[in-house]
Design a protein around this ligand. Sequence first.
Ligand SMILES: Nc1ncnc2c1ncn2[C@@H]1O[C@H](COP(=O)(O)OP(=O)(O)OP(=O)(O)O)[C@@H](O)[C@H]1O
Length: 297
Amino acid sequence: MMSRTLVAEGMNHHKEQLPEINPTSELLNEITRRDQVFSFLKPQYNPKVDVKNGMLLYVEGVSVSFDGFKAINDLNLYIKEGELRCIIGPNGAGKTTMMDIITGKTRPDVGDVWLGQQLNLLKMDEAEIANAGIGRKFQKPTVFEALTVWENLELAMAGEKSTWRLFRAVLSGEQKCDIERVLELIGLDTQSRMLAGKLSHGQKQWLEIGMLLMQKPKLLLVDEPVAGMTHQEMDRTAELLLSLAGEHSIMVVEHDMDFVRSIASTVTVLHQGHVLAEGSMKSIQDDQRVREVYLGQ
Ligand SMILES: Nc1ncnc2c1ncn2[C@@H]1O[C@H](COP(=O)(O)OP(=O)(O)OP(=O)(O)O)[C@@H](O)[C@H]1O
């Protein structure tokens, strides 16, 4: 029913390089080092994503083994445009490996992974996948602590110009509006001139989500966003993710069940690299197989 109709692959692979940077200061060192981490610090080419049938991400029949151990085993997962999906599962269920496959960090042994109808993610490298509109937020916040909140967003901004030229350039009115809009979304408008290093843990997480938003991603993969947060910060994070759904598709991997309950419309339970159950939080909680393998009941 879900299966994607294969269409001709027809994308140009524009491999653009960041300009050479001569690391002459601590800040430059930090940024050049972070460039290894942040795939979003690459120029954009934004290929068009064809979301016929409203489906954004197709993961079909995917398996991967590490030394003979099947970490992902015939995984089938579909994410609709604008959907907020929660992924849960016990330790070792394959959640991280699944995100590694979607973002091009790990190549599956078999299967298909497509963004929309036309972008075969298995034929693209990590930078190309990021540029096509998949942003990933790792558990630990990684922002540029020596820069202000505003500068972090400015640096992460998508654009035709290289990151460095952009960073030094005068922003257009539209670009400023983009930053202001994101600042408001992430609730850091009054902290825009504050050094990111001075933010609380929760605020750093929101800033990093904001940095991803500057790239206007179609799909955001968010790994354990509320780990280490206060209850108040968790509530604010729930509000933020809910407000982003619709315009973006969001996949949240999270262990905190209260948080999942507060945001999820559809929950996918992974177990042994396979989808064990999928549905509303209520149907998941009532599912005997889930209770056995995940909740230990
Ligand atoms: N590069 C690798 N080499 C060998 N084994 C790996 C590798 N990556 C993952 N695995 C194994 O694959 C399985 C799935 O791991 P994965 O990290 O994807 O699970 P997870 O659901 O994210 O777990 P957690 O909730 O603990 O983060 C685990 O048994 C893990 O040890």
